[in-house]
Design a protein around this ligand. Structure first.
Ligand code: KIV
Length: 293
């Protein structure tokens, strides 16, 4: 059954996993992160193909210094809101740190919760060869998995920070073989983060499913950016790949400051933003309190 057109974009159904796989080399996929209902609505109305409820929410929404503190409950809460805002868009929920690493049973169970309780269409998890068996087990349970290789923020402590990966032969070959391993394990797409363009091009050539690049150059099959980066809402961390398409941070500050100024000067609220009472109601009230009506 197809999803009704609630988007106003003419697209009637959210993209399915087979349709996303088939997009490889046919057209570029567009993915953004969103963490709440209103942002998800805007993304859907703009016609993006996929939304990621990324654990980046720990940094850009919850104010942590890394994605490590994010819990499954955090992602569940935000995924439900995003799914309500974007019912006709393919929504991927990120699996947080330690929700898939510990053992296979917990990985499958947690991935299942993101679909069953969160309403996600798929899950994403970070890592290469080391997580291939987890990807295989989750896929075998009927849950679509998106991989994530290159810079994997949950392992930033082991990687020495948020650094470009795959700059030498050893590291580049680990990223490449990791992408191949998760694709072979059944991932239907793979995010490739912060690697040199030529390495991402080679990965895109070698694996049969779409690559979604972030800081990985133009040869990927799709691109993703963090909403707060592209909207100009995040000013703490600014990697060079995070192109700004708007200055909502500046616009937000200006709007808050304008509101504050008008309140302090007694300009807001004016008659146009207030409700008038019927004169006889006020007169009756004044009489009731002993005042002249
Ligand atoms: O959490 C996130 O937003 C991500 C993107 C950087 C791909 O994983």
């Amino acid at each position: 059954m197809s999803t009704p057109d609630v988007t106003g974009t003419g697209r009637r159904a959210k993209l399915s996993v087979p349709e996303l796989r088939a997009a490889k080399r046919a057209r570029r996929l567009v993915m953004v992160t969103a963490y709440d209902y209103s942002m998800a609505r805007q993304a859907e109305q703009a016609g993006v193909d996929l939304i990621l409820v990324g654990d980046s929410l720990g940094m850009v929404v919850l104010g942590y210094d890394s994605t490590v503190p994010v819990t499954l409950d955090d992602i569940l809460h935000h995924t439900r809101a995003v799914v309500r805002g974007a019912p006709a868009t393919h929504v991927v929920a990120d699996m947080p740190f330690l929700t898939y690493q510990v053992d296979e049973a917990r990985a499958v169970e947690n991935a299942g919760r993101l679909m069953q309780e969160g309403g996600a269409d798929a899950v994403k998890l970070e890592g290469g060869r080391a997580v291939a068996d987890r990807v295989r087990a989750i896929v075998a349970a009927g849950i679509p998995v998106m991989g994530h290789v290159g810079l994997t923020p949950q392992s930033a402590a082991s990687l020495g920070g948020f650094r470009v990966q795959g700059r030498d032969v050893e590291s580049a070959s680990a990223v490449l073989s990791g992408a191949e391993a998760v694709a072979d394990a059944g991932a239907y797409a793979v995010v490739v983060e912060a690697v040199p363009t030529d390495l991402a091009a080679l990965i895109s050539e070698r694996i049969g499913v779409p690559t979604i690049g972030i800081g990985a150059g133009a040869a990927c099959d799709g691109q993703i950016l963090i909403a707060h980066d592209l909207l100009g809402l995040e000013d703490r961390v600014s990697p060079r790949f995070a192109k700004r398409y708007a200055d909502l941070g500046g616009a937000t500050r200006a709007a808050f400051a304008a509101f504050a100024g008008e309140v302090r000067e007694g300009i807001f609220p004016d008659a146009a933003h207030s409700y008038a009472a019927k004169p006889d109601v006020v007169a009756a009230l004044r009489r009731g309190t002993g005042e002249a009506g």
